[in-house]
Design a protein around this ligand. Sequence first.
Ligand SMILES: [Zn+2]
Length: 322
Amino acid sequence: MADLFICLDIGGSKILGAIMNEKDEILCRVKKKTKPKLGRDAVDDRIKSVIHELMSSYGMDKKDLKAIGAGAPGVIDTKSGNVRIAPNMPWTDHPLRKIMEEEFQAPFVVGNDVNVGVLGEWKYGAARGYSNVVGIFMGTGIGGGIIIDGKLFTGSGSAGAEIGHMIINTEGPLCNCGQRGCLEAYSSKVAITRELKAGIEMGIPTVLKDVLKGKDEVIRSNDLKKAVLRGDQLATSTLRRAAYYLAAGIGNLINIFNPEIVILGGGVVEALEDEVLSTVKSNISRFAWSHMLEQTQIKAAQLKDDAVLYGARALISETLGY
Ligand SMILES: [Zn+2]
């Protein structure tokens, strides 16, 4: 009998699933669209079908399934396995663990996807071996996770570590959360898109003019990369501005947590790692105290799209001990 684990990355647009063995090797993968608009039961069925497909395509016996781990969006009570609320998902006080444990007769653990991604980077990626870690993911929004003394910190109600909503400027631009001047309102793809559009309206020439024609369109990391690598002035200055404010956010976090390592991930960093890291590193000393900064490395995340899958495996071992 083998000990096998099923790891899930449940997102608003797709569900990634993988079978992992006890050596933490990925043996089999399945990917499916989430289709949150179909409603709660349909999404539950799609998650279940990812697990069933993984088991049937690998020829996995039910008795070999040791546990299922998952990262999912929103505020998640990791103790009960209930999703309290999730943006873009049909979930309010949704008993995800209960539903999955009834279907598969195996322990199911779930955590917030960004927290779980940081857990993955800590156990298997760029932050391996460190005890105090801050992870920041720069994508459509800004997400993060914090490891303190070798433990994932989520606060008293499992909703903490909202790094993207630290306020950088009280008079700053409006954030999606309703506050003003959050880091997310400066350094996310939504913010980058807003700045690019403002530049285009002012008549600054850019190769991104046609790309951004659609009104609600958030820029794709790859389009931003192409423009920056071509030397597009507006794209380059906008990215630098976003990375400069990111440095301010990182400086705050370094001064508060004195971490050994800060890891930066997410779509923008994956596409433009050198550009983001060099702007952050050349500005960080303005924001972080020098004696703290001396003790802190700033590095890119390693696991890319697999961070949450590996994090789900890490969540199983942290929670269940295997
Ligand atoms: Zn905010």
